[in-house]
Design a binder for this molecule. Structure first.
Ligand code: ADP
Ligand code: MG
Length: 250
């Protein structure tokens, strides 16, 4: 079972992960208050569909040269225009198939000052049942492409369940992602927080692409994809409620 980016970020924030300020809308009438809730000067308007590749996606109903499903906007008016243009339209991405997915929900968030885009995920190996982090300095593009072109830049770090994400695991991840200074300190705390969220919520996949290093050398979760083990959901009424809410708008 999958949830939307903004719902995933909400959960990760509860576990201490740094995310941008944002507001989600499920009806076009909510657009103005959502944009007004953020300070600017940059608003990023993000289609919420259960598929990645939104930034490079195309809307079926719009011209071929129209912008994609993630739009950086530099004024309130531009943000509103982007919301109106995307809302209710069909977004086709590498991951949706040719029929695409209808955008019934939009998330508006503060623009980040990006220095580097990294890749980080946590997953369970189906065969061994072991949990690993996967990390790469090559974030912001789809990981299949990185795996194909530069497999040596993808690193896997196994976690021992009884020990959890240790200092030594976090150090290794920070080395692989070439973190220093504040980004290293906050990154190491983030890895532990993400692992705690993964275990506590019975996630089967947690993918942060990109995890960014900001111009002020800090870390921020800029995109988040979370899948849950459906069999464990009876333990998580909060997530079941998200599922029920989400199914309504698809
Ligand atoms: P997707 O992976 O579905 O294309 P992302 O959330 O990863 O969607 O957004 C695509 C790209 O848009 C990111 O790699 C990043 O460069 C940019 N982006 C996304 N959110 C923000 C933000 N809040 N501030 C600045 N740039 C952003
Ligand atoms: Mg992404």
């Amino acid at each position: 079972m999958n949830i939307h980016e903004h719902q995933a970020k909400q959960i990760l924030q509860e576990f201490g992960a740094p995310i941008a300020k944002g507001a989600a809308i499920t009806a076009i009438e909510q657009a103005e208050s959502a944009v007004a809730a953020l300070p600017g000067p940059v608003w990023v308007v993000k289609s919420q569909i259960h598929a990645g590749g939104r930034g490079k996606g195309k809307f079926k109903e719009l011209a071929a040269d129209a912008k994609g499903g993630v739009r950086v906007s530099f004024s309130v008016d531009e943000a509103l225009e982007n919301i109106r243009e995307m809302f209710g339209k069909t977004l086709v991405t590498k991951q949706t198939g040719s029929s695409g997915k209808t955008v019934n929900r939009i998330y508006v968030e503060d623009g980040a000052d990006i220095d580097r885009e990294l890749y980080l995920s946590i997953l369970v190996d189906r065969e061994t049942g072991k949990t690993s982090f996967v990390a790469s300095t090559e974030g912001g593009m789809d990981i299949e492409t990185v795996a194909h072109d530069t497999p040596e830049l993808i690193h896997s770090i196994g976690i021992t369940a009884s020990a959890g994400c240790t200092d030594s695991d976090a150090e290794k991840l920070a080395d692989r992602l070439q973190l220093d200074g504040t980004a290293r300190t906050h990154g190491m705390a983030l890895f532990k927080n993400l692992y705690n969220a993964f275990v506590a919520k019975d996630m089967s996949l947690l993918e942060i692409n990109p995890l960014i290093i900001t111009k002020s050398n800090d870390v921020q979760v800029l995109d988040a994809k979370v899948s849950f083990d459906g069999n464990a959901l009876f333990r998580h009424p909060d997530i079941m409620a998200l599922r029920d809410e989400t199914e309504e708008d698809e």
